[in-house]
Design a protein around this ligand. Structure first.
Ligand code: HEC
Ligand code: HEC
Length: 462
């Protein structure tokens, strides 16, 4: 199916973005990381979202003067403009395609895990870096407009997005509630069952975590309620077209995908640091941060260890929407279903967690924005709770701020007055909205300004 071209494409892609992910030929391990990445890049597990004709016509829905600009440039430049608008990264081997969608021989585009889990920093697609640019709601709306205008059939996302919000801010998605809504129509063996439609869900947007943390976790998600395992990775495939036999058939693929996740190294800060400041920051970090976040994998001077602690919600004080969104019954039934069979059982008490897990901070410089809801644009702001912006605004593809370490944004006291077109509104992160608070995690305030500067410098090196 993939042929020589596929092999070449993977080889050069691996050379471009993969650090330590290769595995030697004939490795006896059941999962092969390179194969896992290849599957993510080339195999569609969902019905297609749109075809090339629709993608190439998206510009016809854009606001002026962008539309006229798109009309007057070459098709290649127009595709580049479309990728920038929707937060897609051009494929290193073929700039007419994006890393986040699988495109088949007939030109059909299908969303993959990489849509949310593969982004860029200064234009470089570092392996496993979350996609902080993905404009899923804008893309889906404009795809639907083009399909309606051309009398093309609507797909599952075009219809689903009329029922559920996909993401109210670019770079974050309502992914947890998609999962809850899809699981409602399955029994424990993943058979499709009738269920009365539920109208009200606790919608809230989440920032996808960096995939290089996977190897350090035993339980996943913001509240660490689910044990990790290759089957658990398959929840995103719960569309009605995929029945239980499909999941069984694809199970081996996800052993490879899991091996890819396990193999990803945190990316190293590519620019210089102030060594004296780093040395001071290391001492402060060990005194004030290690107890919760664990020792950084990359720092040889501290004993390894990641405690995977869940911190009570009132102590951490960050936004509660994600914490409150799942019931004990929902948290219990996911690991009790097919997804949890054959993997170690969840840790005791996982169905009623007390708060959020303190994530590892490896490669933290590359995974902005911060906190589980992506409400804090830079590490500088994370370290200064009182200076976090009420509203921050970004371009379609967020630039990188090397000084403050994170997304290059403009801070605003409130949303601009007057009606804001939806596309532009989604480029504003409004912390006054439900699920979007940037409050909490005040722990860095034990440090003075000099201490914060030193810890910021140290965080670059993790
Ligand atoms: C629409 C965006 C989106 C897509 C597509 C997506 N994810 Fe995620 N993923 C998320 C978000 C958001 C979270 C955080 C959820 C939470 O913590 O509650 C997450 C969490 C995870 C985690 C847990 C990581 C951790 O450290 O806790 C893993 C592993 C993961 N996803 C793997 C996958 C795989 C494999 C696929 C494809 C089969 C996939 N995801 C598709 C958005 C997405
Ligand atoms: C009492 C435990 C605790 C202490 C102490 C603590 N943290 Fe945290 N930290 C957490 C938790 C829990 C989260 C996740 C909160 C959330 O996402 O809502 C977090 C999140 C973070 C994040 C964002 C991670 C991400 O991927 O978005 C950074 C950065 C961070 N902490 C840095 C620090 C630094 C630096 C220190 C020391 C000055 C520190 N923390 C001290 C518990 C702690």
């Amino acid at each position: 199916m993939y042929g020589i071209l596929g092999a070449l494409l993977l080889a050069s892609f691996v050379a471009v973005i993969v650090g330590g992910g290769e595995v030697s030929a004939g490795d006896p391990a059941p999962g092969n990381p390179a194969r896992g990445l290849e599957l993510l890049l080339t195999k569609a597990y969902l019905p297609a979202d749109f075809d090339q004709e629709v993608f190439d016509a998206l510009w016809t829905t854009w606001e002026e003067p962008l539309r006229s600009r798109a009309r007057d440039v070459s098709p290649a430049d127009r595709r580049r403009m479309a990728m920038e608008r929707y937060g897609l990264t051009p494929h290193p081997d073929d700039a007419s395609r994006s890393l986040q969608y699988v495109v088949d021989a007939a030109g059909r585009w299908t969303m993959s895990c990489l849509a949310c889990h593969q982004g860029q920093v200064e234009g470089r697609p570092l392996p496993g870096v979350p996609n902080a640019d993905y404009a899923l709601e804008t893309l889906t709306e404009e795809v639907r407009q083009v399909k309606v205008a051309r009398k093309k059939p609507l797909g599952h996302m075009d219809i689903g997005s009329l029922l559920l919000p996909l993401g109210t801010t670019d770079g974050t998605t309502n992914a947890v509630i998609f999962g809850v809504a899809l699981m409602r129509h399955r029994d424990a063996d993943l058979n499709i069952i009738p269920a009365t439609p539920q109208l009200f869900y606790p919608h809230h947007d989440m920032d996808a975590p960096a995939w290089w943390h996977y190897r350090r976790r035993t339980q996943i998600y913001a509240d660490a309620f689910a044990p990790k395992g290759h089957r658990m990775l398959m929840q995103f495939l719960l569309v009605k077209e995929n029945g239980p036999e499909q999941f069984a058939e694809w199970e081996d693929d996800y052993r490879h995908v899991e091996a890819w996740l396990e193999s990803i190294e945190p990316p190293a800060w590519p620019w210089g640091v102030d060594a004296a400041l780093v040395a001071r920051g290391r001492i402060l970090y060990a005194a004030h941060c290690t107890a919760c976040h664990g020792a950084p994998a990359r720092d040889p001077t501290v004993a390894d260890g990641y405690p995977e602690l869940v911190i009570p919600i009132d102590e951490i004080g960050t936004d509660r929407a994600r914490f409150a969104a799942l019931s004990a019954d929902q948290r219990r039934s996911l690991p009790a279903s097919w997804f949890g069979r054959g993997v170690p059982p969840p840790a005791a008490g996982s169905e009623s967690p007390t708060g959020y897990v303190a994530p590892p901070l490896d490669g933290i410089w590359a995974s902005a924005p911060y906190l589980h809801n992506g409400s804090v644009p830079t590490l500088w702001h994370l370290l200064r709770p009182a200076a976090r912006p009420a509203v921050w605004h970004r371009g379609p593809t967020a630039g990188y701020d090397r000084e403050r370490v994170g997304l290059a944004v403009e801070s605003l006291p409130a949303l601009p007055a007057g009606p804001l077109p939806a596309v532009e509104r989604r480029r504003h992160f409004d912390t006054s909205r439900p699920g979007k608070s940037a409050a909490g995690h005040d722990f860095p305030d034990v440090l003075d300004e000099d201490g914060k500067a030193a810890v910021l410098e140290y965080l670059k090196t993790l």
